[in-house]
Write a protein that binds this ligand. Structure first.
Ligand SMILES: [Zn+2]
Length: 216
């Protein structure tokens, strides 16, 4: 496995302007001004925080996994990664990361992927796609189902094998590990704190994440 890239933050929790816990299975959607920093904390370890970002002035120009990977010539996200939009605009940058690696290939879980990956009787189980849709529908009428896109899985370890396959491996995160992204333009963050009960990545036990925001 490639060397993991750890960068601690000097930001102090007591100076954050926003602090909230997102229970597993719940979502969160929030605007970030240019320069603001969002920290996502994996409170209990090996949780997946499925995340999308939108250009606030032009929501159709959402996060692009392809533009981001091409821009940095690396499939894994960590400190220094610029998160790019469909039109290749710089939306945000990862400025701290104590997990060391995040996935943007595995996508979000859905009723359909659950039945393919696990068993047909998982069909009615709550999933990230449902959480994304619910958050988009509540936030603003400019956002619809059409605005779902391939996402980031913060804290998830999805190594690509030498023959090009994807493996959902044991997590590399741990309790208290975090990632920070700093907005370059005004963006909207959308998180589904994954409710997945069928995946060894999170030891079949989804747990809460904490989100904090600083003005810079
Ligand atoms: Zn999920």
């Amino acid at each position: 496995m490639a060397v993991l890239n750890y960068t601690e933050s000097s930001r102090k929790v007591e100076e954050a302007i926003y602090d909230r816990v997102i229970p597993s299975g719940e979502g969160w959607m929030h605007e970030l001004e240019p320069g603001q920093v969002l920290r996502i904390v994996d409170l209990e370890g090996n949780q997946a925080a499925d995340t999308l970002f939108y250009h606030a002035e032009d929501p159709e120009d959402h996060y692009s996994a392809v533009a981001t990977m091409l821009g940095q010539k690396n499939i894994y996200l960590s400190t220094g990664t610029v998160l790019r939009s469909e039109s290749n605009k710089e939306l945000l940058k990862i400025v701290a990361d104590t997990c060391g690696r995040h996935d943007t290939l595995g996508g979000a879980c859905s009723a359909q992927s659950n039945t393919v990956r696990y068993a047909h009787d998982t069909l009615p189980m709550h999933n990230c796609r449902d959480t994304f849709m619910l958050q988009l529908s509540k936030y603003d009428e400019r956002y619809t189902k059409r605005d779902l896109a391939p996402n980031i899985n913060f804290f998830m370890n999805v190594p690509v094998t030498s023959d090009g396959g994807l493996t959902f491996a044991d997590g590399v995160s741990a309790p208290g590990r975090y990632v920070e992204v700093q907005s370059i333009v005004k963006t909207v963050a959308l998180i589904s704190n994954c409710p997945q009960l069928n995946n060894p990545c999170n030891a079949y036990n989804p747990t809460p994440v904490r989100v904090l925001i600083w003005d810079k």
